[in-house]
Design a protein around this ligand. Structure first.
Ligand SMILES: Nc1ncnc2c1ncn2[C@@H]1O[C@H](COP(=O)(O)OP(=O)(O)OP(=O)(O)O)[C@@H](O)[C@H]1O
Ligand SMILES: [Mg+2]
Length: 645
């Protein structure tokens, strides 16, 4: 117990020490010296956020070992920003657009005078993106402000206009902006214009303490009071001071407190247009009106707004809003469309939540497939499941050939893909529902999650044809897809050392196909005997993917040519190297165990040998991430669906 309290104390002490070592206090004169030593300490808001985003690193998306990513992005030069990398998945282009906005805004391009507006469907991550930027500020280095200023303003504002050029030269910095009315008043009354004496202190960004981060929730339309944005006059003080005395000012609006950092407008277009004007002047002119008769106040802040597409369309349709539209940089935040990344989203959400149940293999995958199918636009080039796989960077085999469909072309054919469909929240609710239906098992699996999704789809507020389509995804397409996955999985669990068996089939196939193509003989690896290529064996593999008759010659040539080219490139050759052959080999293995697996999973009574095999299979599944509950569930499911008599 004692040890514990000592370590609490230690933690608190260290934290305080770390904070106070960062803290700085002094007169403006000291600040100038400080700044001279390190002019990068002063920055405008956009430049600061840009630095937050880029300082932890950037890499090209194609510099990875993941063949799927390489395939998908080989022609576009997309950058991955480490700042977002662990929390946002599959929306690299959106993130790069956000980073680009900050880059040009940091260089004081036109963007620095425009609102960054994130538009996308519900649950696409807009709020999370803004929160991430806010956290980035909160975790960044302290900034410097005039002590006591309600707007944490830049101390350099103290320098009178006529001296600025000289100071700029001496410091190597750019100075913009003027003192707020409160500081101006104090400078005169408290410091007798001796600005070098004004105290300056370091500050940390904090959303909760309203330092450098302001938030504007949608305002009740009947109560569009701009004090939420720009502060107000304290009525109780109006009796004490004369009109125009800044001491009556409460500069505590969201734009005031967001000075130096950022202001977030949630569901921005729910607000009246008048209300948006303050937002626009703040970005465009970098000033906001002070409440009452106190003129204008300089602000330096990044304005980030977000809302869904319906609100945006409504706003855009109103031509009186044109002036505002021109001052907005729109960044679309669509849903992710890559299966591998969708799975990561739910893994992240689960990790950050209190969800503590077992998640069976392929559960998140199946749920993610549903989400993505619902977001895809149909195409004449292939079915939706194929499109999903191509978007995931997979190679899809059809009639012994990998499908040659260009993903870019598929994407170019779409209109607003990713802007509608099932949201991340819908999927998370389904996972929760599946768990509440299986409290005693404390496990979710593809079967109970699909069930939950079906129930939710039936109850959801959807157009009839949409509902019908979603049910078709769940009851037909995903049902089949999951059975394919499951059959492979159970085969792997059945076949003793699956990998080696697959490799040895592959090697044999290569030996015989090569001899066949070159019209030579195969040397038996053990007996060194020279044999004719075994066509029966070759056919037994090829027929798995419907290569029969005259198609076989061509297929064998392709396999040899493909692998020959790959090995010349220095690629490691395995049974996975050529997608059509991999599929044929996997199917061959599956067919070889189909009979025995049927007998074993179905049998009420098993003989000794069967019992051993069954136990070994269960053991193997447990080792591959199943729990005692879901192993039972999936085996029953397989027995009822895969091996129907
Ligand atoms: N591409 C993504 N990568 C990582 N997480 C994501 C992604 N898309 C959504 N999420 C997660 O989904 C959840 C819902 O997202 P969020 O609340 O940010 O959505 P939103 O766009 O603000 O929705 P709304 O329009 O309903 O306010 C969050 O946990 C978020 O992190
Ligand atoms: Mg939101």
């Amino acid at each position: 117990m004692e040890k514990e309290s000592v370590s609490f104390e230690k933690l608190i002490r260290e934290d305080r020490a770390a904070h106070s070592s960062q803290a700085w206090q002094g007169r403006f004169l000291d600040y100038l010296e400080f700044l001279k030593a390190d002019p990068t300490l002063t920055k405008l808001a956009h430049a600061r956020l840009h630095e937050v985003i880029v300082e932890v690193g950037i890499h090209d998306i194609v510099s990875t070992d993941d063949a799927r990513v390489k395939r998908l992005f080989k022609d576009d030069n997309v950058k991955v920003y480490h700042f977002f990398e662990d929390e946002f998945f599959g929306i690299e282009k959106t993130l790069a657009q956000i980073a680009r906005y900050f880059q040009s805004a940091a260089l004081k391009g036109e963007e620095s005078r425009q609102v960054l507006y994130l538009m996308g469907p519900v649950g696409s991550g807009k709020s999370s993106l803004v929160e991430k930027l806010q956290r980035g500020l909160e975790e960044s280095e302290p900034f410097f402000a005039i002590e006591g200023c309600p707007m944490s303003e830049e101390p350099l504002h103290l320098i009178p206009r006529h001296l600025r050029r000289e100071f700029e030269k001496m410091l190597g910095v750019h100075i913009e902006g003027d003192l707020c009315p409160v500081c101006r008043f104090r400078l005169k009354e408290e410091f007798g214009e001796r600005y070098e004496e004004v105290p300056v202190a370091s500050r940390l960004f904090s959303k909760r303490n309203r330092i450098g981060i302001g938030v504007v929730p949608p305002v009740d339309p009947n109560n569009q009071d701009t004090s939420v944005l720009v502060g107000s006059e304290d009525i109780s003080k109006l009796d004490l001071y004369s009109e125009g005395d800044p001491r009556v000012l409460d500069l505590n609006g969201a734009i005031n407190v967001g000075n130096r950092g950022m202001v977030e407008f949630i569901e921005v277009f729910k607000n009246e247009t008048e209300y948006l004007h303050a937002m626009i002047t703040a970005t465009q002119e970098k000033v906001i009106p002070a409440p009452g008769r106190h003129g204008m106040v300089y602000v330096d802040t990044v304005i980030v707004a977000h809302s869904n597409e319906a609100e945006w369309q409504k706003f855009k349709a109103d031509h009186t809003n044109e002036a505002i539209l021109d001052r907005i940089v729109v960044v679309k935040v669509p849903y992710n469309l890559r299966l591998s990344e969708e799975v990561k989203i739910y893994q992240k959400i689960i990790r950050n939540s209190d969800f503590r149940a077992h998640v069976a293999p392929h559960t998140l995958e199946v749920a993610s497939m549903f989400a993505i199918l619902s977001r895809l636009e149909p195409t004449t080039k292939c079915d939706l499941m194929t499109k999903l796989k191509l978007y995931n960077g997979e190679e899809v085999v059809e009639k012994g050939k990998t499908k040659k469909i260009d993903v870019h072309e598929l994407r170019d054919d779409t209109k607003r893909e990713g802007m509608s469909g099932i949201s991340t929240r819908f999927i998370m609710k389904a996972l929760d529902n599946a768990l509440s239906d299986n409290i005693e098992g404390n496990c979710i699996n593809p079967i109970n999650v699909r069930e939950a999704l079906i129930n939710m789809t039936k109850e959801a507020d959807l157009a009839d044809d949409t509902r019908k389509q979603y049910l078709d995804f769940l009851q037909d397409i995903l049902h089949k897809e999951y059975l394919d996955i499951l059959e492979k999985e159970i085969t792997k669990a059945f076949v003793y050392s699956y990998q080696e068996q697959a490799e040895s089939l592959f090697q044999n196939y290569l030996d015989h196909a090569e001899a066949y193509v070159n019209k030579t003989k195969v040397k038996d690896r053990n007996t060194k005997e020279e044999l004719h290529p075994d066509e029966g064996f070759l056919k037994s593999i090829e027929e798995q993917i419907a290569i029969i008759g005259s198609a076989a010659d061509g297929f064998r040539q392709e396999v040899i040519a493909y692998l020959w080219a790959a090995s010349r490139r220095g690629a490691r050759i395995s049974y996975r190297s050529y997608e059509p052959l991999k599929e044929a080999i996997e199917k061959k293995l599956m067919s070889s165990v189909r009979d025995i697996s049927r007998i074993i999973t179905k049998a009420r009574t098993r003989d000794e040998e069967q019992t051993d095999k069954y136990n070994a299979m269960v053991q193997s599944l447990l080792e591959h991430g199943y729990c005692n509950n879901c192993v039972d569930v999936v085996l029953k499911y397989a027995a009822n669906n895969l091996w129907k008599d």
